[in-house]
Design a protein around this ligand. Structure first.
Ligand code: PLP
Length: 400
């Protein structure tokens, strides 16, 4: 008898975990499709439509036949417009050759990691982290070194923590401000302290700034790349259009780095995905060039987010057994639920089954004991979901 064929997968395939945020979203959508009235706080995308002026630019490009391959690193005019924008913001020269446009900010992060990390390297990942960072690091053959940064420091890494985490193998530090999942925002001096250490120790910095325009209260955005030429040379700045302009399905991300790194990213991209969708890049070009319209679109979205943020923060803080820091960016709240339930996975699963409320448990973000709620959802869903959540928490509290 022939031996049974054991299907075996590669180390990459065996090592990778599926995205838990997309999994929660899929489960909630399946329940909804089955006719259940689900209140979804799981979404990692704005609930607004893409602004019309961006769509129109894309439609025009399609009608003009801009449907062929573009240069792998992006449309030259888009790279130029982005370089100009960064140069203006950073007060430093940025050339189009330093900019690469990719199919999504997620792919920009991955190619950036691939461009600087080799097997055996260590990458410092502050937790709570965006779910994909450790997986991407492993897919580059490198090792994530996760450092817990708790509520007492507003989920931010201190200079001391960074110093202690560095080893001779450290190659890269990943920062994400404003943060997904916590909404925390680093101040200029906090970022400067970390960037100084990176420069001193010759460590690359991946600065994921995808939520750079979604800031509330007195929070302001800062990029390590503008802390002088040495910091700029070591920083890979990632951003994109998904969150700022509600363009998640367009798949467009950007990376700015020194010429050697961005050249490597462009080469990696040319052998893997090739260019980001050509006509989509024309939409992005309008988003960068039509500044007044872009600012108006972002402002109106931010106003709605801010109102929901405050409403949900107030409601979460009133729940028994729940505490929540005030997030100053992105569109997430990240409450602590350890007093209610030791296992956030269990909490989230029961909340979905019993109350039809979808949240993302903290485990996937390296933060068991927390949950992520997105306020990129309608006001009616928020009100209904909050009252169901309250009922659930009271039930748990009574059973404890
Ligand atoms: C959404 C997100 C991205 C990138 O999203 P794309 O849709 O791939 O552009 C990158 N980093 C973080 C932290 C995000 O939340």
């Amino acid at each position: 008898m022939a031996p049974a064929l054991e299907p075996t997968l590669s180390v990459w395939a065996r090592g990778v975990a599926p995205s838990p945020t997309l999994a929660v979203d899929a489960r909630a959508k399946a329940l909804k499709a089955a006719g259940e009235d689900v209140c979804g706080f799981g979404a990692g995308e704005p609930d607004f439509d893409t602004p019309d002026f961006i769509k129109e630019a894309c439609i025009r490009a399609l009608q003009e036949g801009k449907t062929k391959y573009a240069p792998a690193a992006g449309l030259p005019e888009l790279r130029q417009a982005l370089a100009d924008r960064y140069a203006e913001r950073w007060g430093a020269a940025v050339s189009p050759g330093q900019v690469v446009v990719s199919p999504g900010g997620k792919f920009s992060c991955y190619l950036g990691i691939l461009a600087v990390c080799s097997p055996g390297d260590e990458v410092i990942v502050p937790a709570p982290y965006w779910v994909s960072y450790p997986e991407m690091v492993k897919l580059a053959g490198a090792t994530p070194r996760v450092v817990w940064c708790g509520e007492e420091s507003d989920f931010k890494m201190s200079a001391q923590q960074l110093r202690e985490a560095i080893t001779p193998k450290t190659r890269l530090l990943i920062l994400n401000s404003p943060s997904n999942p916590t909404g925390t925002v680093y101040t200029e001096s906090e970022l400067r302290a970390l960037a100084e250490i990176a420069v001193e120790r010759g460590i690359y910095l991946l600065s994921d700034e995808i939520y750079e325009y979604l800031l509330y209260g007195a929070a302001t955005h800062h990029s390590p790349a503008c802390f002088g030429p040495e910091a700029a040379a070591l920083t890979l700045t990632v951003s994109g259009f998904s969150k700022t302009f509600s363009m998640t399905g367009w798949r467009l991300g950007t990376l700015v780095a020194n010429k050697a790194v961005s050249g490597a990213v462009a080469d990696l991209q040319s052998q893997t995905s090739s260019n980001a969708t050509t006509f989509a890049q024309y939409g992005a070009l309008a988003a960068v060039r039509e500044r007044a319209q872009a600012e108006a679109a972002v402002r109106s979205m931010r106003e709605v987010f801010d109102r929901r943020r405050l409403r949900m923060l107030e409601a979460l803080r009133a729940l028994p057994g729940v505490s929540c820091r005030e997030p100053l960016g992105a569109f997430y709240l990240f409450p602590n639920i350890v007093d209610l339930c030791a296992d956030a996975d269990d909490f989230a699963a029961r909340l979905l089954e019993e109350e039809k409320v979808a949240v993302v448990p903290g485990g996937g973000f390296g933060a068991p004991g927390f949950m992520r709620l997105s306020y990129a959802t309608g006001d009616d869903v928020i009100e209904k979901g909050l009252s169901r959540l309250e009922r659930f928490c009271l039930k748990l509290k009574a059973a404890n």
